[in-house]
Ligand binder design. Sequence first.
Ligand code: GAL
Length: 935
Amino acid sequence: MTYYEDFSPGSANRLAPRSWVRSTAPTLSLDGDWKFKLWPHADAPLEDPADWDTLPVPSHWVLHGDGKYGRPIYTNVKYPFPVDPPYVPDENPTGDHFRTFTLPEWDVDRIVLRFDGVESTYKVWVNGAEVGVGKGSRLPTEFDVTDLVVPGENSILVRVHQWSSATYLEDQDQWWLPGIFRDVTLIGRPSARVDDVWVRADFVDGQGFLTPEVTGSFPITLAVPELDVSVTWQSAADVAAFEVGTVEPWSAESPRLYDCTVAAAGETVHLRLGFRTVRIDGDQFLVNGRKVMFYGVNRHETHPVLGRVFDSDYVRENLLLMKRHNINAIRTSHYPPDPRVLELCDELGLWVMLECDLETHGFEHDESIVDNPSDDPRWAEQFLDRMRRTVERDKNHPSIVIWSLGNECANGRNLAAMAQWTHERDSSRPVHFERDLASAYTDMHSRMYATLEELAQIGTTGCGHGGIRPEEIVRQQNRPFVHCEFGHAMGNGAGSLADYQAVYERYPRLHGGFIWEWRDHGILTKTADGTPFYAYGGDFGEVVHDGNFVMDGMVLSDGTPSPSLVEYAAVIAPIVFGDEPGTFRSRYHSIDTSAVEFIWTRTVDGREVESGVLEVLPVPPGESGAFELPEQALDLAVEGETWLTLEAVSGHLVGSRQYRLSTPRRVSAVPTKGLGGAVFDPRTGSLLRIGSVEIAGPRLELWRAPTDNDARAGEWLWRERGLDRLEHRVRDVRIGDDEVIVDVRVAAATAARCVDVTYHWFGVADGVALRVDAVPSQGWDCTWPRIGVRFELPSVDEVQWFGTGPLESYSDSATAARVGRWTVPVDDLNVVYAKPQETGHRPALRELILDNRLRVGTVRDIGGHRPGFSLSRHTPQQVAAAAHPHELPPSDRVYLFLDNAQHGLGSAACGPDVLPQHALWPAAHSFTLTFRNLA
Ligand code: GAL
């Protein structure tokens, strides 16, 4: 068996795994330009590198050379080659990396060569002598090269195979990106050194406790200057736990760190301690004695240009963006990130579920596949080795509160062994693995994409899926539950985040969850004619791929937060205002509300009239508070639609709610003489213009460009029923001086089911009004994407509106929407999703002003409902036909949609479809619009 196809976790001479730490020991970075040669197969000769190309390290070779070195491949579940474990195809791209370096004149005892991440299996030579083999792409490997290096110039050759036995364990849903993608470092090991260190910092009743574990050359001194701590141990036998007195605890909300040094005579290691104690008590997951609710996201390593290569500013900016959106936790799906990510989590404050680099999902893809590695003893060592390296590398981080064994492997003894080892090694953190459905060897009950009903069941009886035995259900009842993935944020969605949060709060056993996922994985590339775009599966000509399933984040590939992120921020906001103005509750885990500023604003017809800061006494974490509002905040003296908005701000928005104080009397559109300047086509009764403003329509529209969630739910039936290709037959046109009435039958080819529509135009004091009555016939058996009318205008540049906003919202994704007045350029109204789809709907419009030339108003119906609007440079048919934004045809038109309703978003791309209360089933709709020329 070749080294890249055997079951080993790497060569036996790899050094024992240890903590990734900052140390004073000398290092030489081997990052930078290397010589590079790509071979199409694994068994290439070792060549003279003189004529090779140049490639930066760290990097993925497929992201360089403009195709010369192959292209990225995206698959979700399936392996991109035949499943024949542990063998891989002969076509196995193999990248030889070569460089020279000058050995510094270090006064050291040993010299170590460390690789922080190489995908997937690699062999190393120093000065032509073989060093060893590394596996485990997102895990570090160290080799002792003391006997191989020489004073002066040295050479290093690293042969990296894209495919290997290890690939079978690295089937995460992401791009396949081979290469030396993390740092390569030469490390001097002084003779009096710290070999490894782990300082557990516990927090109990206000006191700090340190439990150190140190190996190295004694004496060794541990110091925490801020706490006046300095202890010197003469030998390993002296190392013992001790109390350090009063400390401030570490939490995601208050990430208090204490600098610590652990020093031997020749090396000092720097740690940053965070005092916190993780404990499971019955079905409660507690940190520092208080239950943690995870407002989390799954985070992959993805950068549109660098792939999985670490970029400090980029990562920090992303983590800060999370914090600004009230996110308090990440699951490192599905492998340990670059170690510096965890330093940032410690510093900025995020609860981390640290996951091992392990997934074998592709074994489930096809029934013909047997021999899942999870229960196969031949793979045992490679499983265990991965977990050891995970825990050992990252054990010092206070942010890590849970270890996760991996993702989407079958259940099996190799996983159980990993859990056992982890329990033994680190009793201070629980172990998670979603596929351990019966909680047989892990400490937390976990699921992905459970329905609300299943969650309620988990919260009460303790079971959420079939096939597990009563005694296993009892076990689950004694486990905290965490929803490791939910809210599949692909394209426009996911819906129902607020419904999920409500369920998490209803049942004490539930501890929230992690949205799938933080960011789209689009790779910046160009079309043949040079147009830049963000690529997804299939864009690089892959033989098998999973399309845009890799674009399922709350942040778009270019870094733009999508409305779903803003929605999530509102759903999980730390301050929740009560149903009546004057009360609130805090969702904070460990800080009081003293840093929060409470602001009130009163608006009339969307315009701010008055605002002020409230005096609010701080409340402890998790408690409720009350405050008095000044009289003016509730003043109803002014005519118009009056709202009170309360906001809680602590650096960013940490809570907000609107209260409707008054609604103006309902004014129906009263007919007057004339048609307000509206001009109609005498044959069809269609509007042509209002005064000088050209505007054509209306046209009933039931179709929306399917969202990624629709595509896996309603879309096929919508298409089957022809909602995307409705035909309109004018049955009757009556044009008078004061009214125009047009009857239209709308139906699709082959079908008898139809919608009868009457457009009734009449003059009103304010211009011209249109009443739309739409009545479906018998026989409709599918939801409708939307029910509304479409108008076509020559270009519009800017809109102002009074209604909901500022971003798009839908019936199951409306927590962040508020009633207000906004001005936005038309091109900023819609979201540029990776695959074009429905976007931009803003329900409950009061008035809309287009380029200061045309005013469109709505009339409230008896139930208080008003239509919403969206504007697009393309029809939904055009949008649906485009696979990427740049494929949309040039357009000099703008389409205005006034929708009385839209179907919800749901999460069917992965998870439940639109809930019944948010679904749009065919029904009769009547709504009234008004139009006025302002030009
Ligand atoms: C889950 C998986 C994730 C991702 C997601 C769908 O099953 O754990 O890695 O594939 O589905 O986007």
